[in-house]
Design a protein around this ligand. Structure first.
Ligand SMILES: Cc1ncc(C[n+]2csc(CCOP(=O)(O)OP(=O)(O)O)c2C)c(N)n1
Ligand code: SF4
Length: 442
């Protein structure tokens, strides 16, 4: 199928292998959207991992690319947030992704979310080398199932029709021109689904020489048919006319203090979960911004957020910063043994800078200047990270202490905090003469 002028696809070659059915789906989608007169800027294409998903770079529409099997879940959010009949949300998903994200599919159909899901059913996992999916028909061979599957694959059309809620469900053979069927699905209100049966020449054809797509479909007991076609009025969210931007003026942090920071400073806080590391990082970041600087923060912690290390990388600069995180910090504050383990590699790579480290710990070999302070003993474990940022600012004076205090005092943590005690503790000299490996700080 040739189009005179592409409106939805770039002029670049499509990224798929020669003969891959995904090529036809992309071309037919272009034609279907043209038939319906859509503007590319009113189309949101949501894809996920798999060969089918690499098409998004070729589409001139909005595109969203998600985790394997999660495109329907993402599209549900897009569709609910937009709630705008002018916008067309289209999901591209493989049979592998549809297997992994089956519950999202069922829920989106059941609730009638506005979208069209196009399942690229090549009956195997293409991108990873041809493993079977739950859609692989009995007898269909793949590189990792050389004798063919024993189980019948899912009949996704019957399944989605059965959950009720969809406005349109059809299965078609993905050859020649099927743009009118796609256009029919795209034009439906609510949830529509098209299962396109196709072939992966690289793995499907190789494992099943001489096979005919129509024969595989027939042997699988699947019917090329329209399973649902009805008018629905099932899903509605409140129509939003005004959207508050995350960057709206009211949220902007005002500059209240001066700063003479000449070059960017990169600070890393390393402590333990539950010991205020992320809160401390936000305080120091906002204090910098209050002092007229630009700032970024990157938080790191294990998925089990209640245990283990907690770290934050903060960059402050008078120039615009276009990234987060920094592998080469200027200053590291380490307040716990979890934090020390996390910081070890970074410390070994440091060519200079400063390490403020809790006096209960032993600093590893590093070219950073090592300064011990009893953050945990004087502030308690829970406040150790907050103590460390006040200590950092006292020692470096990179911007006014008043900026940190103004940010801190706006937070409810401040009400439970004895600031007089903290400043007394921070200013009291610390002499550590007990262990050989530590410097004596006066
Ligand atoms: C949750 C998850 N599981 C497994 C993978 C590994 N993986 C990447 S692509 C792929 C196969 C994709 O197959 P399919 O969705 O059918 O798309 P196709 O490549 O056939 O277009 C797999 C299993 C992954 N990225 N994420
Ligand atoms: S590996 Fe298979 S599914 Fe992937 S692009 Fe090539 S033919 Fe298509």
């Amino acid at each position: 199928m040739e189009l005179e002028k592409k409106k939805f696809l770039t002029d670049a070659d499509l990224p798929f292998c020669k003969g891959c059915g995904h090529n036809h789906i992309a071309a037919n989608t272009e034609k279907a959207l043209q038939l319906l007169g859509y503007d590319p800027m009113n189309v949101v294409l949501v894809t996920d991992i798999g060969c089918h998903g690499i098409i998004d770079k070729s589409f001139l529409t909005h595109t969203v690319h998600g985790l394997h099997g999660r495109s329907v879940a993402l599209a549900t959010g897009v569709s609910a947030a937009l709630n705008n009949p002018e916008k067309k949300v289209i999901v591209f998903i493989g049979d592998g992704g549809a297997t992994i994200g089956m519950q999202h599919l069922i829920d989106a159909a059941h609730n009638g979310f506005n979208m069209t899901v196009v399942i690229h059913n090549n009956m195997l996992y293409g991108m990873t080398g041809g493993q079977p999916s739950e859609f692989t028909p009995a007898g269909f061979k793949t590189p990792t199932l050389p004798d063919g599957g024993k189980k019948t694959g899912y009949d996704i059309c019957k399944l989605i029709a059965a959950v009720e809620g969809a406005s349109y469900v059809c299965r078609l053979e993905g050859i020649s021109d099927f743009s009118e069927q796609l256009a029919e699905a795209f034009s439906k209100k609510g949830f529509s689904l098209v299962e396109v049966m196709e072939i992966c020449p690289s793995y499907g054809v190789k494992s099943n020489p001489g096979m005919k797509l129509s024969k595989v479909i027939e042997n699988a007991g699947l019917i090329i048919n329209k399973f649902v076609d009805r008018e629905v009025d099932n899903y509605k969210t409140e129509v939003k006319t005004e959207f508050r931007s995350l960057f709206s003026e009211s949220d902007a942090i005002q500059t209240k203090f001066p700063s003479k920071l000449e070059k960017p400073v990169r600070l890393m806080l390393c402590g333990s979960a539950g010991e205020g590391v992320q809160a401390a990082a936000e305080f120091i970041l906002k204090a910098g911004i209050t002092s007229g600087l630009n700032g970024t923060k990157k938080g790191s912690y294990p998925v089990t957020v209640g245990v283990g290390f907690s770290a934050a990388e903060i960059i402050l600069s008078s120039e615009e910063i276009l990234y987060t995180g920094s592998p080469n910090p200027d200053v590291i504050c380490v307040t716990s043994s979890d934090g020390l383990e996390y910081a070890r590699k970074t410390l070994a790579n440091m060519k200079g800078g400063k390490l403020f480290i809790d006096s209960s710990l032993k600093a590893p070999d590093t070219k950073a200047e090592v300064i011990y302070f009893p953050f945990r003993e004087r502030g308690g474990a829970k406040n150790s990270s907050i103590y460390s940022i006040f200590y950092f600012l006292t020692k470096t004076q990179l911007f006014p202490m008043d900026s940190l205090l103004s940010v801190f005092n706006e937070n409810k943590i401040a009400k439970k905090f004895d600031q007089d005690k903290m400043f007394q503790a921070l200013n009291e000299p610390f002499v550590d003469g007990l262990t050989d490996n530590k410097k004596v700080i006066v």
